[in-house]
Write a new protein. Structure first.
Length: 368
């Protein structure tokens, strides 16, 4: 996928040249450009991690993130998206407006000395991934990414830029990430599962990670995703048809044996999702996860797991029932921790007629 050749660096003049748009933010000029992977790989530098943290303006690079980001680019050369990189220039930088626009012209040419230190204020992991892509495949050398250049006015200002850029960044919820990810197989599967299982359909919060007090929703998309991951224990990114069928059958069977969930499907009932959430634990992601964990044991060890799930009807799901204290409830407040969820899963297994605890099951699986 070779791109058209461009030339941004000139060793004879010792400069880098970019087409740019000039802007002013908070009284300071900045320049928006497109910079090639080759230039980023060869000229963009990272803070030395050996320098004391108060003497640099970036966090340490998490090396484990780089292969994931670089593979994302390589695997999607015509369909990847990266946001702009922000860079402070610690040396000579000159903007020449396009002829005819005058000194205040917004478009023009930005010239930066190749000797000028380029401090990455935001996007160092993207830059590191780009360097790795460039080292593996020179066909990407003229691929470009948006870079915003500021004049470096000192360490204190660069540290403040880092703090501001990260403090005010809003990470999307896991539910929204699943809903909008059309490339990830599991995300697509979960979105469809939320439509295919009757009780999930139309009652799943698809955007937020939690449910608003008066919402008509009873489940969250990320809650269904986590619980189903526990249920299926997938070892590959692909999801075999039999696993997809199993997930639908499992959650339909659980729903059929949850009288309170069935009330949600009964159009004649006056009970609301809000009332159920306020009074019962089975409305929470913790319990959904515990059901998924217990479900994995049941479907793995018992051919009659559907029949065993009928015992869910006999479990006291009320928040006030003492059986949940010390598991997922402490002083009647819902707690989210792995130990509590595991205890809840063990209790569900016991009530469903399984003689195997999670610890025993995991030992058996390791011995296979």
């Amino acid at each position: 996928m070779a791109r058209a050749l461009t030339r941004e660096t000139d060793k004879e003049t010792g400069t880098m040249t970019f087409d740019a748009v000039r802007g002013v933010q908070a009284g300071k000029e900045f320049y928006s450009t497109m910079v090639s992977f080759k230039t980023i790989a060869e000229h963009f530098k990272f803070d030395d991690p050996s320098i004391a943290v108060d003497q640099r303006a970036q966090r340490r690079i998490r090396e484990s993130r780089i292969p994931q980001l670089s593979n994302y680019i390589i695997q999607n050369p015509d369909n990847y998206v990266f946001s702009s990189i922000t860079v402070s220039v610690g040396g000579k930088m000159t903007f020449h407006p396009t002829p005819g626009l005058g000194d205040l012209g917004r478009t023009g040419t930005l010239i930066i000395s190749m000797d000028a230190p380029l401090l990455i204020n935001d996007g160092q992991h993207r830059c590191a991934a780009i360097k790795e892509v460039y080292s593996k495949n020179k066909d990407f050398q003229n691929e470009k990414i948006s870079v915003v250049f500021f004049l470096d006015v000192g360490l204190k200002r660069s540290q403040q830029m880092f703090a501001d850029l990260n403090k005010h960044a809003v990470k999307p919820t896991k539910s929204l990430g699943l809903l909008y990810d059309h490339r990830d197989t599991y995300a697509r599967f979960i979105v469809n599962l939320a439509k295919d299982v009757e009780v999930f359909n139309g009652r799943t919060e698809m955007e937020r990670a939690s449910i608003a007090a008066r919402s008509k929703n009873f489940f969250t998309l990320n809650g269904i995703a986590d619980a189903t991951r526990y249920l299926l224990k997938l070892k590959t990114k692909s999801i075999p048809a039999e696993k997809q069928k199993l997930a639908i059958e499992f959650w339909e069977t659980v729903s059929q044996n949850m009288p309170d969930w069935q009330l949600l499907l009964d159009k004649s009932t006056k009970i609301t999702p809000t009332e159920l959430r306020e009074n019962y634990v089975h409305a929470y992601t913790n319990v959904l996860n515990a059901l998924g964990i217990a479900g994995h044991v049941l479907v793995t060890q018992h051919k009659d797991w559907k029949n065993m799930l009928k015992n869910l009807r006999d479990i006291p799901w009320e928040r006030t029932d003492p059986v949940w204290q010390g598991k997922i409830m402490i002083d009647h407040v819902m707690q989210k921790n792995k130990i509590g969820i595991k205890k809840a899963a063990d209790f569900i297994l016991l009530k469903c007629g399984s003689n195997t605890t999670l610890d025993e099951f995991e030992k058996q699986e390791k011995q296979k």
